[in-house]
Design a protein around this ligand. Structure first.
Ligand code: ZN
Length: 273
């Protein structure tokens, strides 16, 4: 689940489903998911990008395999999924949104960052509160630590919740959304650097389970052909081919410190150096 801080107009009340708009009566009163842009601006941008595409000047065009901008970007967003239009100056308040869908608020709107921080420290967001009410705390459900709240509200305009809550892996879509704000110029240079570092760390940590899983599978292949293969002593090369090896790839002996030494079959890389 991703969360972001949105800038909203003072006393903004996010619209809710009514008897007229709700497809299902059970949805009445629920927040209507809205993107953080207005239709007029969005449509103007879409038209502009479309004409860049028609002129063959769109930066994403080359290698996209798409003849039309529409094939690349899809249709313009439905007006019902866009927020009302307001200027940056008007949008002086702060509100936390979850972005699993287009976006619905998970806190009230506040006039200052400090008020928002105090709210999160006292309550957590709407989901934390709901989980506490329902006694369902298998997911994080406590009010936020002051560090987490301050970090989120002040340092990064957009931060995936998984990072906040336990410093762990992001889903691909969360990461993509997070990366979307990098380099956009909406952060100070210092914040941008911190965000870049955080994304790099998240990427690397995020890949680790996949690496381990694949290494395990590779080791199982090796084990079938090399009965005394042991992952603590041996590491299969996924790069060096080896004529002498029963699996056709070098199998490095690991030293006690886990460093790779020579292949147990061809005894390279000493000769490769
Ligand atoms: Zn070898």
């Amino acid at each position: 689940m991703g969360r972001e801080i949105r800038r909203v107009i003072p006393n903004w009340e996010h619209p809710r489903e009514t008897a007229e708009t709700a497809r299902d009566p059970r949805a009445i009163g629920k927040f209507i998911p809205l993107y953080d842009y207005d239709y007029e601006t969005h449509l103007a941008e879409w038209i502009d990008e479309n004409s860049q595409w028609q002129r063959g000047e769109h930066p994403s065009q080359k290698g996209s395999g798409c003849k039309y901008y529409q094939d690349y970007a899809g249709d313009p967003t439905d007006p019902d999924m866009c927020r009302p239009k307001w200027s940056e100056n008007e949008a002086s308040w702060y509100q936390v949104y979850e972005t699993v869908s287009e976006g619905t608020p998970v806190t009230p709107a506040f006039g200052t960052q400090q008020e928002l921080i105090e709210y999160l420290v006292a309550n957590g967001d709407f989901w934390d509160q709901k989980r506490r009410r329902e006694g369902n705390c298998s997911m994080p459900c406590q009010p936020w630590s002051r560090d987490a709240a301050e970090n989120f509200v002040k340092e990064l305009p957009w931060m995936p919740s998984m990072i906040i809550t336990n410093g762990k892996i992001l889903s691909g879509s969360e990461l993509a959304a997070f990366q979307g704000v990098l380099g956009s110029g909406i952060m100070t240079q210092q914040t941008e650097q911190a965000a870049q570092r955080r994304v790099a760390t998240a990427l690397i940590i995020g890949y680790q389970p996949s690496i381990e899983l694949l290494t395990q599978e590779i080791n199982e292949v090796a084990k079938r052909h090399i009965p005394d293969f042991h992952f603590l002593n041996d590491a299969v090369s996924t790069f060096w081919k080896c004529n002498k090896s029963p699996i056709g790839m070098c199998v490095f002996k690991l030293s006690e410190r886990g460093l790779k030494t020579d292949c147990r079959y061809c005894h390279q890389p000493s000769e490769r150096k």
